[in-house]
Each structure stands twice: as C-alpha cells, then as structure tokens.
Design a protein around this ligand. Structure first.
Ligand code: ZN
Ligand code: ZN
Length: 263
C-alpha cells in the first residue's frame, strides 16, 4: 500500500497544507488539500474519500474536487467518475446540512442530476471492515469534540493506523495491538506541551500526550511512527519537544513523504 502525504498540518499557512492522504492513487483519507496539491489528471483518479470527521480542515477540498469534476460530468452521461464519501452517518448528515447545502456550496450529490451526482455518500459503522479492491479500511472511534474515526488500513498482509484528530483514546490502540503485522502509525500531535490544556479541550495531543498514547502500543520501538496535524507556526518549538521524548523510529511527516507499507 502506498500512502502519499498531500497535507499533514493542523493549520494552513503559505506552503503548509491541511490533512489529506492519498492511498494507492484512488482513495483519499480526508480532504484538506487535494486540489491544492494534485494535478487535474491525478484528481480524476480519486474514487473514494474516507472522512474522519467534519472539521473544515478535513473537508474543505471536497468542495473543489467536486467542482473540478463538474464540467466533464456535464458532458458525460455515464456514472463514471463519481466520488463516494464514506463516513459516520452523523458526519454525512453534517455535510449535507451545513456544507453541501446549496448555500455554502452546491449540493454535488445532485449535480448534474440526482441519479448520477458527482458525489455519493455512504455511511459506515465504527469497526465495520470496508474494502476498495484489496485494500481494507476499518474506521475506529477516537476522542474529538465531534464524531471522529481513525482508520486501520490493511493490504497485502501489512497494516497501518491513522489516528485522525484525537486526544487521549484507547480503542484504536487495542485494535492496533491485535494486528499481525502492523508497520506504521500516523498519530495526532498538534500543539506544543505548554498548550496541553488547549489540546485536551480541543481533542488533540501535545508531544508529551502523544508519547503517553504511544506507551499503549505493544510494537513501539519496532514500527514507524509519523506525526501529523502540527500547527505550522510552532513547528520548530514542537520539533525539539518531540526530539526530547526520544521515541525510536519516530518523525514528523512532511508533505513530500510517500510511505510504502508492505509485509
Ligand atoms: Zn478536528
Ligand atoms: Zn484537524
């Protein structure tokens, strides 16, 4: 499985993109930045978006991805080229009611027509195993102020975990520890240590909090750990706090990373 980092930051600044990972060229985990990073050709390959939650930094580019596909779809009468958004029902309801509501942005589930809308929505339950080809994706509930799931990815006998936005949590680590061949974890690390209170209030982790969470992971020390959702304006400060935790095989993600997860 190939995980291309499109955006890995918890804030938008010149040169820093919001959360979005492209799996095997066709599946997006969250949609904070695909249209800022991908060519039209690359965007046209996207068939699925697995959405952790509805905060704007994770959904923003659903709007522009759909819009970029619109002209082509108007000229094409088939259902090819649709994008399916997968998330908890609560999140899909939020998208319909507050985002793709014909006020903030057009309802692209009904454009060009209801039958062949550019976007489709499909709800999942937590811990339901979903498949796209031979990629298995399992959403796992995490702790955030709105309904949010991280994801377990499994392909060709190797697994990876993306925690999505989360504060202190347990279930995802239980599931991580049940995996036969877990290779990598991408974990929230948003604020410097002196913002611990803010991190707790907003359902995020500091380097210290992240290190505490990782103690729940049996394989710590033998697998790769990647941090994401750092606030760009405090990146340098956070980097030294992360280094002080001295966790093996751990680093902050960057936007040029392409992770290959294999058995
Ligand atoms: Zn969030
Ligand atoms: Zn976020």
């Amino acid at each position: 499985m190939k995980i291309r980092v499109l955006g890995c930051y918890g804030g938008q600044l010149l040169g820093f993109h919001l959360t979005s990972f492209l799996i095997n060229d066709t599946v997006l985990l969250d949609a904070g930045s695909p249209t800022e990073v991908l060519t039209l050709e690359e965007q046209s390959k996207i068939e699925h978006i697995f959405l952790s939650h509805t905060h704007l930094d994770h959904i923003k580019d659903i709007a522009f991805l759909a819009d970029n596909r619109a002209l082509k779809r108007f000229a094409d009468s088939s259902k090819a080229g649709r994008i399916t958004i997968h998330s908890l029902q609560d999140n899909l309801d939020t998208l319909s009611k507050h985002f793709l509501n014909n006020i903030v942005w057009p309802d692209f589930t009904k454009i060009p027509t209801k039958e062949k809308g550019i976007l489709r929505m499909e709800s999942f339950e937590a811990e339901q195993v979903l498949t796209v080809g031979d990629l298995e994706i399992t959403p796992i509930k995490v702790e955030h102020p709105v309904p949010c799931t991280g994801f377990l990815l499994n392909q060709d006998g190797a697994q990876a975990i993306f925690t999505a936005d989360t504060g202190h949590t347990d279930r995802i680590w239980e599931i991580a520890n049940q995996q036969p061949n877990l290779k990598a974890v991408i974990i929230d690390c948003s604020f410097p240590n002196n913002y611990e209170k803010l991190a707790n209030m907003s359902g995020h982790l500091t380097p210290k909090g992240m290190a505490q969470e990782l103690k729940k992971l049996d394989k710590l020390g033998s697998i790769s750990i990647y941090l994401y959702h750092m606030k760009p304006e405090v990146l340098t400060e956070m980097a030294s706090e992360v280094e002080a935790e001295d966790i093996p095989h751990l680093r902050m993600l960057t936007q040029v990373d392409e992770l290959v997860i294999k058995a």
